[in-house]
Design a protein around this ligand. Structure first.
Ligand code: ADP
Length: 752
């Protein structure tokens, strides 16, 4: 189909598409247009990775906006939101304004009402609905990206309920759901009352197979020799072999550590294939990578990038990720070792995909668990760059014949698992029933059941008694914890219940926090951090070998600070969780005591992205705790607020005022403080040379900081830095000697 034949688009879009290389629609895209996707019809598109699903959704959104409407694009991961926004901004020439909803929960972000397309995660949309964002009622088109994730036990139910609510609020809403290829996509389409486009079509041919004994055997029984030398690893041999044909490789492994280790080894392979020009360009990129943050991760990544390889996982900073992805697309990087997060959504096709690890550690499973077929197929889907590669190859690795057979059965010749609603799981029910009652979607048990009838769960379950019994037991829990009240048939949320729902807390987290705070007269930060870390809303750090002893000891040492009763060591699971929460709390305490980011990554075995994640979550939960304490008129409100601020800025008490000035951040605040500039007010009066010295002679930074502190004459023209203050150390509480980090600001806590 020619772009000019697509009905309903703003004028000029077909030409624009042609100019950006889209001469004709891909067959699944043409099917979607035939099904009316640009004329307001709902659609489920179940097509392989990299087959142009994004364009289907763009056509739907553009035509909806052209008809005077407003579109919402729901992404599965926060990291993908800004990527999608950047992608959609190309439509600004057609007067289409794109906004991203990233703000804190518990706000309705009214400014988004002026945007034509809004990008947000399903959690965010759910919270916007709970907080009654008025523009939600204006939506005419909703896109659900990777809708097969309704299957995810943790996050799936939110997507499911959110779609159900949006459809209830806007009865004529167009829903466009994009899915990987799954067998029961028709059930999803049934649920959404949508047309179905189901296709196996791919823009580049894909061959899948297993490497074993010096050759790859493909699904069509053909073979390709890829001998493995003595002492050589099969992955290295495969990457080398791809490079012989000038192709790049994407290697999927099962942990961050493995991704980093594999990248280090593969860098020796890729380094041999670089031209001088490529080496020079990679040197520049490596410098940029190193400058992203002052951590070992930055250094390690830069070191491999210089040699033409990289690792990619959720522990990287966003800037790292985009540098790596761009360099790979520009064909400068020859191999990326990634954890599967990359397979979900990021568009980085490569000639060959190598799935090195097909099992992953799973705590609930109690050992190494094989990956789902769907997940492996999505990794496969990254093989083959349209227009560049004649075909893509996806390869699994086996080291014996039985494993090869198993891999063929499990992944190469297998269909992915069907998508199954997980809504009936308890934590999901708890959260969503409270929200549904609180926002007035249902006021009786029957009303709740009626609402739930619009979910995928109901579409898939003939037996309604199970749903009824889960609803009943959940309601009991909510009543027992004072979140809802029942009066005859009528169910209403209590004031506490309303607050919890708007704060976007799992009711169980709220119950835990309320219990803990009621107990606390004068809580310490560690006590509060531990309290929020043991709620189901915080992903705790794992205990590694030796940690059990360390944290058991710490637990008894600081028992008086912990809020609530320490579980007995005989209650093994609970005790273990208690310690994991303590480890996480200790990380937050260290962070709020100004321990260097680098030292934290070492001490806790995490990446800088993880610290950011814990800090953000703690800030949110402590903010929620503060609200709950205020509503319940508890004495600990101030202590909670301070603990929250200290986590937010990563500083000790005395720096809170300074660190709150934009552009200052934790390290600069400490250096200013050491130089005698102790508060925002001091910044307005201080001697300029002292300020400039403390900021290591950076004039622009100093001017910006003074301006943000409200100084009238921020100019640093002709000011010389005070030598003495320039020599002050970074004040890392843990460092015995002045830290050698020099002028590098940690990327955390410096919000510039
Ligand atoms: P998916 O979302 O299905 O994984 P994408 O939408 O990211 O796949 O598309 C993969 C690539 O294909 C993108 O780079 C996109 O620009 C390109 N593409 C999409 N549709 C067409 C088309 N009709 N012709 C040429 N290229 C296309």
């Amino acid at each position: 189909m020619d772009p000019a034949d697509i009905p309903g688009l703003p004028e000029g879009v077909p030409d624009f598409l042609r100019e950006s290389g889209i001469e004709a629609l891909y067959p699944p895209q043409a099917e979607a247009v035939d099904a009316g996707v640009t004329e307001g019809e709902s659609l489920v598109a179940s097509v392989p990775t990299a087959s142009g699903k994004t364009l289907i959704s763009e056509l739907a959104m553009l035509s909806s906006v052209e008809r005077g409407g407003k579109a919402l694009y729901v992404v599965p991961l926060r990291a993908l939101a800004s990527e999608k926004k950047a992608e959609f901004e190309r439509w600004s020439d057609f007067d289409v304004e794109v906004g991203i909803s990233t703000g804190n929960y518990e706000s309705s972000e009214e400014w988004l009402s002026s945007r034509d397309i809004v990008v947000a995660t399903s959690e965010k949309v759910d919270s916007l609905v709970r907080n009654g964002a008025p523009w939600i009622e204006d939506l005419t088109c909703v896109v659900a990206d990777e809708v097969h994730l309704v299957d995810d036990p943790n996050r799936g139910p939110t997507l499911e309920v959110t779609l159900a609510k949006l459809r209830r609020i806007n009865p004529g809403l167009q829903v466009v759901a994009l899915s990987a290829t799954v067998d029961n996509a028709d059930e999803v389409a049934d649920w959404l009352d949508a047309a179905l486009v189901k296709s196996d079509w791919r823009p580049v041919d894909l061959r899948t197979g297993v490497h074993y004994g010096g050759a790859i055997t493909f699904d069509d029984d053909s073979q390709r020799e890829v001998p493995v030398g003595r002492g050589e690893r099969p992955t290295a041999a495969l990457v080398d072999d791809t490079l012989d044909e000038d192709g790049s490789s994407l290697v999927f492994v099962n942990s961050r550590r493995n991704a980093e280790a594999a990248a280090r080894r593969l860098a020796d392979v890729t380094a041999d294939h670089l031209t001088d020009d490529e080496r020079a360009e990679l040197d520049d990129i490596a410098d940029e990578v190193r400058d992203v943050s002052d951590t070992e991760t930055s250094d390690d990544l830069a070191a491999v990038v210089r040699k033409g390889a990289a690792f990619h996982h959720a522990g990287l900073a966003a800037e790292h990720r985009s540098l790596v992805e761009d360099a790979f697309r520009d064909r400068l990087l020859k191999a990326i070792c990634a954890t599967p997060t990359l397979a979900a959504g990021v568009n980085t096709p490569s000639r060959r995909v190598i799935v090195r690890d097909w099992r992953r550690y799973d705590g609930e499973f109690g050992g190494m668990k094989p990956l789902e077929t769907l997940e492996v197929h999505q990794m496969f889907g990254r093989a083959g760059r349209p227009g560049l590669d004649p075909y893509g190859e996806a390869v699994l690795l086996a080291n014996d014949h039985d494993t090869m057979d198993e891999l063929f059965d499990r992944y190469v010749n297998a269909d992915p698992e069907p998508v199954q609603s997980k809504l009936a799981r308890e934590p999901a029910m708890r959260t969503h029933l409270l929200a549904t009652v609180s926002s007035g979607f249902a006021r009786t048990r029957e009303g709740l059941l009626d609402f739930l009838d619009r979910t995928l769960y109901a579409t898939q379950t003939a037996d309604t008694t199970r749903l009824e019994s889960v609803v009943d037991s959940t309601l009991e829990y909510l009543v027992a914890n004072d979140f809802v009240e029942r009066d005859g048939d009528e169910i209403t949320a209590t004031s506490l219940g309303h607050t919890v729902s708007r704060l976007y807390l799992d009711p169980m987290s709220a119950a835990e926090i309320v219990d803990g705070l009621r107990d606390a007269d004068d809580p310490t930060p560690l006590g509060l951090y531990h309290l929020v870390c043991r709620t189901p809303d915080m992903y705790e750090l794992y205990l590694k070998s030796g940690d059990r002893e360390t944290y058991t000891e710490l637990c008894y040492e600081r028992e008086t600070e912990l809020l609530g009763r320490v579980p007995s060591e005989f209650e093994e699971v609970r005790f273990e969780e208690w310690l994991s929460a303590l480890k996480t709390a200790k990380l937050l305490e260290d962070w709020a005591r100004e321990v260097d980011e680098d030292r934290l990554t070492d001490r806790y075995g995490v990446g800088p992205g993880d610290i950011r994640g814990k800090v953000d979550t703690a800030e949110w939960l402590l903010g929620a705790a503060e609200r709950l304490a205020t509503d319940l008129e508890l004495d600990c409100v101030v202590a909670v607020r301070e603990a929250k601020k200290r986590v937010e800025y990563g500083v000790r008490d005395e720096l809170l005022d300074l660190a709150g000035v934009r552009g200052v951040g934790r390290k600069r605040a400490r250096r200013l403080f050491e130089a005698g500039v102790e508060s925002r007010a001091d910044l307005r009066e201080a001697e300029k040379p002292a300020v400039l010295g403390a900021l290591r002679g950076r004039r622009k930074t100093a001017e910006r900081v003074l301006e943000n502190a409200g100084r009238r004459d921020p100019s640093m023209d002709e000011v010389d830095a005070d030598e003495e203050t320039a020599g002050a150390n970074d004040g890392d509480a843990d460092a015995a000697a002045p830290s050698a980090t020099g002028d590098q600001q940690a990327s955390l806590g410096d919000f510039e």
